[in-house]
Each structure stands twice: as C-alpha cells, then as structure tokens.
Design a protein. Structure first.
Length: 249
C-alpha cells in the first residue's frame, strides 16, 4: 500500500499538484489538509480541536510525578520527555529544610540547574503538558532552565504538579514570564496515588484527547491524521511523508 501511495504522490508531484480525487483539479496539500480536516478529521491529530501535536515534559526527583506523565503520554499517544538534571540529585540534596542543594537552589532566584540532553525538534509540538514536583511552594529551578531553553511562542502549556500537601498555588504563574509568549492554561495539583482515569478526565477537561486511528480513505489520501500501516501507527500524513521521500529523491 505504501508503494502504491508513493507512486501516486510522486506522479502527482510531477504533474504540479496533488489531487484529492479524479474529478478534482489539483489542490495544494495544505488546501487538501484543510478541506479534509474541516470535514471530519479534526480529532485525528493528537489533542482535541486545535491542540495539535503534544509533548509531555516532566521532572521527577523521587518518582511521584513520573507515572502521571506516563499516564498522560499513554492516554494521548503523545511523545514524552524527561527533564534529567546534568548533576543528579542525591537523597542528601533533596532533604528539604536542611540547607541542602535543593533548598539553596529554591532560595536563589538565579539558580538554573543544567539539563542533560534536549527535546528533539521542539518546533513540531503545539501543546506541552508540563509536570513537576512542588519544591518550597514553587516549581524546581530546573523547570526554569527548561522553559528558558526553547521558544514556546504560540504553544499552549498545561502545567501539573505533585506535592505532599501544597496546591499548585502561584508556582505555575511564576513560570509564565519564562515563556511569556505561550498560551498558559490553569494547572492542577495531584496527590500521590492518583489514578490513570483521573488523569484522563483532567486531560479531557482541558480538551486533550487521545489520538484516534483513522481509516477514512479520504483523510488517508489527503495525508491527514493517524493511520495504521502494517500494525504501526504513523502520525500525520501518509502522503506528506511519502511526498517528502519523493521530493528528496
Ligand atoms: C526540596 C523539596 C521541597 C519540597 N517542598 C514541598 C512543599 O513546599 N510542599 C509540599 O507539599 N511538598 C513539598 N515537597 C514534596 C514534593 O513536592 C513531593 O514529594 C512530590 O510529589 C515529589 O515529586 P517527585 O517524586 O516527582 O519529585 C518538597 C520536596 C523536596 C525534595
């Protein structure tokens, strides 16, 4: 099937456009995408409505935030990125109110702990679900490093946190100035032991939904949505993926 589509895409490219069916004149792939999305495939891009492609990014020092991020990634079929400190936190570093490393960082407005690695191709994401633990009522300073490392202009950021007892409070609001051009949604605090279902309903409340696998032939021929190709889920465009191959050969 992939071969067939590839040939079709290459053939169309040579004739100067991509046509949605035999009767239709040539439309650009953007026009086609709009046309088909408008009809029935809005929710096929992961994220409901206009939430676009989603990244779950999180920091978890002692493992409480991590499973919630994993639930979200699993529920949304979204990429996941762990913010890993270059210099890992030891138990001693994390013993709070002892004047240890974490305490010192939280008290230092200029502290920006280094991150090991980076998000590959951040431009591709439209929505970031950002998870962190509460440290002294705020997000850990490594979250500040993360937000200062990329351009979040035009992206939507949905924060969540875990804590012993503190709410999300102003922790998320204090992050806004670090990615001032992002569209910040109200965040949520979760206690330890929260269920997958609770994460799912929170995501749904925020208009984030699981990507669905499209079998709509019209969507497939326009290259919009998610398709099941030989048991592998291929995000986005079958056709645009194939036309990239064609254009580059
Ligand atoms: C340095 C430090 C400061 C903390 N400050 C708070 C706090 O102000 N309020 C609170 O409820 N929990 C606080 N906690 C507890 C964490 O927020 C909580 O254990 C969180 O769920 C840990 O998430 P993680 O395992 O993903 O790192 C603090 C923990 C650390 C290490």
């Amino acid at each position: 099937m992939a071969m067939l589509l590839c040939c079709a895409a290459c053939g169309e490219k040579q004739s100067g456009g991509i046509s949605s069916d035999n009767s239709n004149a040539t439309l650009s792939s953007k026009e086609l995408e709009k046309e088909v999305q408008g009809k029935e495939t809005n929710s096929d891009l992961n994220g409901g409505d206009n939430m676009g492609k989603i990244l779950i990014a999180y920091f978890s020092a002692t493992g409480m935030t991590k499973p919630l991020a994993e639930y979200a990634s699993d529920i949304l079929n979204a990429d996941i990125y762990e913010i890993v400190p270059q210099d890992p936190y030891t138990e001693e570093d994390l013993a709070y109110y002892t004047g240890g490393r974490a305490d010192q960082e939280q008290n230092d407005p200029y502290a920006r702990p280094e991150i090991s690695g980076s998000v590959e191709n951040m431009e591709q994401y439209d929505t970031i679900v950002l998870g962190y633990p509460i440290w002294h009522g705020e997000a850990p300073k490594i979250i500040y490093t993360f937000l200062e490392s990329y351009d979040f202009s035009g992206k939507t950021i949905l924060p969540f946190c875990t804590s012993h007892s503190s709410g999300i409070g102003s922790s998320a609001d204090h992050l806004h100035s670090l990615a001032a051009n992002a569209n910040w949604l109200d965040g949520e605090r979760f206690a330890a032991g929260i269920t997958r279902e609770e994460i799912e309903s929170w995501l749904t409340e925020n208009n984030l939904q699981a990507a669905s696998v499209s079998t709509d032939p019209q969507a497939a021929s326009a290259g919009v949505g998610i398709f099941d190709l030989e048991k592998k889920k291929a995000f986005q465009s079958v056709l645009s993926a194939l036309s990239i191959i064609c254009y580059s050969t």
